[in-house]
Design a protein around this ligand. Structure first.
Ligand code: ZN
Ligand code: ZN
Length: 629
């Protein structure tokens, strides 16, 4: 017999039953048996065999002995075995602590720590590092404070690694003030210390404070820059994110994948297509463009920058696509007025056995809206819940109201809103208002405005639309009433601002802005263009200016609208035939819409304007929104 089998449940074999031929030697106590024990009881069985066979107990796997007995009353027994093995006790227990800390029950590490203290095991810095790791996993600040006390008492407080771990623990446990306190007290800090503070403050949404730390840092690494860039993107400050990225590149630091994805998101938000393209190039060079997540981010960036073709190229070259890729592309086609292509893609998606999600349906409903397909939209809206068990969200309701309103079915749209199971928001009422503007329905418009002003009384955009509707109906008393209402409610006009990215630099124009370094040249070019526009019948539509000022002042205001300035600047800075892409923070006004249509024809350029809610692609004197926005 070559093996000695000890089943995990067998009891120690009484000596009298042993025959000489079965007597195990140290060779027969092979690893399978030595490692087979799962409880202190089974360990004792094996230990008994070792004693009986006069084998040295040092063949017992010490770390396993430790982990099996660690949290049981047999701790002192294991401690003796370890001490007999002549191996450093603290090291053995630390490795056990580390395993517990990394396991699914980090609480075990804390229980073991109490055993170590109770049985006078000497503790070292590693002990505390693993313990802090466990506490961080539990995000439990109280433990942190207790351990902090031990660390101070045992004199490890000058250990930088432990201090960093403690700062981290306080921060993740929601005790950011304690983290700051400890940070301030530290006599020495390294880049890790600073990065912890920045990352955690960003995670808490406290970006300004994070930036305070970032600016005070003596030296920064890629991680510091990346955390800060991500922070700016998350809190809706894409321009700051891009500026920071430019500074990072100036320092010759090489961004990683995470940095690049964050910057791409910033490019998407601000419409910085040329920087987006540059990042696409470097992702290509680094071989990251096979990653699905990165491809999806690129698709999103190109779509949001109004560059549908590039988004399609990436989409078509993807080896594998997720529902995110399909939905983004369908939505992209739909908002750019390419409804038929959106439906074609949807059929392909279904053929590829991909199940649509809520976002897919938003795209499809948009497509129906654009093509005036009310019946089809209604059918999709029903099927979405019936066939795919998707509960409609507020966005889906918004699409439906948009669909009805665009088609001029304002009564139906209003009924639909009244029957909604969830409270309609500004987008829903706004869609109805848009329909009223195009189809000239004052009565329902007043109803929509009533709700919009309840939801968002300081949004000047609604007053402008209502006033325009009255102006078109020549109801001047009502126009004056709206203006008074606006004044009485203390509504201040949000300054319109538009940005355009030229050679990687984002230029921002605020309405009436004359501070741009090239202002004189811009005004000169604008004047020339205006002459040509006037020849073609352009008359500034001053009804969109809701200010009690002279008519000539109104014209001056209108001509200084930010999107007009940005487009003129774009014409100056880009070559013939190049498309112009502008991002606007508010809705494009009626006058700019007319003006940009005309400009696209005069200069024979494609002008893409992304406003707060949609894309306008002006080409040959018409807009892709079909004058409905
Ligand atoms: Zn305008
Ligand atoms: Zn348009």
């Amino acid at each position: 017999m070559s093996g000695y089998v000890l089943s995990s449940t067998s009891l120690p074999v009484p000596e009298t039953h042993q025959t000489n031929s079965l007597k195990p030697t140290s060779q027969t106590l092979d690893n399978d048996i030595l490692y087979a024990f799962k409880s202190p009881f089974e360990l004792k069985q094996i230990h008994a065999q070792i004693i009986k066979t006069n084998t040295s107990p040092s063949i017992l796997p010490i770390s396993r002995v430790a982990s099996v007995c660690a949290l049981t009353p047999t701790f002192p027994y294991a401690q003796k075995i370890i001490q007999l093995s002549n191996k450093p006790e603290t090291v053995i227990w630390n490795s056990c602590l580390k395993a517990f800390a990394e396991s699914d029950s980090p609480n075990d590490a804390i229980r073991l720590f109490y055993q170590l203290c109770k049985h006078d095991v000497p503790l070292d810095a590693f002990t505390f590092s693993f313990l802090l790791k466990a506490c961080t996993k539990l995000s439990y600040g109280l433990y942190g404070r207790i351990i902090h006390g031990f660390i101070e008492k045992l004199g490890f407080q000058s250990n930088l690694f432990l201090q960093n771990s403690m700062v981290h623990l306080y921060a993740v446990s929601g005790e950011i003030d304690n983290a700051c306190l400890l940070f301030d007290k530290m006599s020495e800090r390294d880049v890790v210390t600073w990065n912890i503070m920045i990352t955690q403050l960003v995670k808490k949404g406290n970006v300004d404070e994070a930036y305070g730390f970032f600016s005070r840092m003596p030296e920064r690494n890629v991680r510091s820059w990346t955390s800060m860039i991500m922070g700016f993107v998350q809190c809706g400050k894409p321009k700051e994110a891009i500026d920071l990225f430019t500074q990072m590149e100036d320092k010759m630091l090489s961004p990683n994948e995470v940095t690049l994805v964050a910057v791409l998101a910033a490019c998407a938000d601000i419409g910085a297509l040329d920087l987006g393209k540059k990042i696409h190039d470097s992702l290509n060079k680094k071989g990251f463009t096979t990653n699905i997540h990165i491809c999806n981010t690129l698709i999103d960036m190109y779509i949001k920058c109004g560059c549908l073709e590039s988004a399609l190229t990436i989409f078509n070259n993807m080896e594998k696509r997720t529902i995110v890729s399909w939905s983004a592309m369908i939505q992209g086609l739909a908002i750019n007025g390419k409804g038929e292509e959106a439906f074609k893609l949807y059929s392909q998606m279904i053929q590829s056995q991909i199940k649509p999600n809520g976002v897919t349906f938003i795209g499809l409903l948009h497509a129906c809206s654009h093509m005036g397909m009310v019946k089809k939209g209604l059918q999709l809206f029903t099927n979405m819940t019936k066939d795919y068990k998707i509960i409609p969200r507020i966005e889906h309701y918004g699409c439906m109201v948009d669909l009805y309103s665009r088609a001029g079915l304002l009564q139906e749209a209003h009924e639909f809103i009244k029957n909604m199971p969830i409270k309609p928001n500004g987008v829903v009422w706004g869609a109805l208002l848009g329909g009223c503007r195009v189809h000239k329905n004052i009565e329902i418009a007043e109803e929509a405005i009533k709700h919009l002003l309840e939801l968002d009384p300081l949004n000047d955009g609604y007053y402008v639309v209502l006033s325009n509707i009255y102006a078109e109906a020549k109801r001047w008393d009502d126009v004056a009433r709206v203006r008074k209402l606006m004044r009485d409610n203390g509504v201040k006009k949000t300054p319109g601002s538009s940005s355009i990215s030229i050679n990687g630099k984002v230029h921002e124009f605020v309405a009436g802005d004359e501070t741009h370094p090239e202002n004189d040249a811009i005004q000169e070019r604008w004047k020339e263009l205006l002459e040509e526009m006037k020849k073609r019948g352009y008359v500034p539509n001053t009804s969109v200016v809701l200010l009690d000022i002279e008519e000539s002042e109104k014209v001056r205001f209108l001509l200084g609208h930010s999107e007009k300035l940005a487009v003129v600047f774009g014409l100056m800075k880009t070559g013939d035939g190049m498309p112009i892409r502008v991002m606007k923070n508010l809705r494009v006004c009626e006058d700019c819409h007319v003006a940009l249509k005309m400009i696209s024809e005069i200069v024979d350029r494609e002008i893409v304007v992304r406003d707060r809610s949609r894309f306008h692609c002006f080409k040959n004197g018409v807009c892709s929104c079909k004058n409905y926005w």
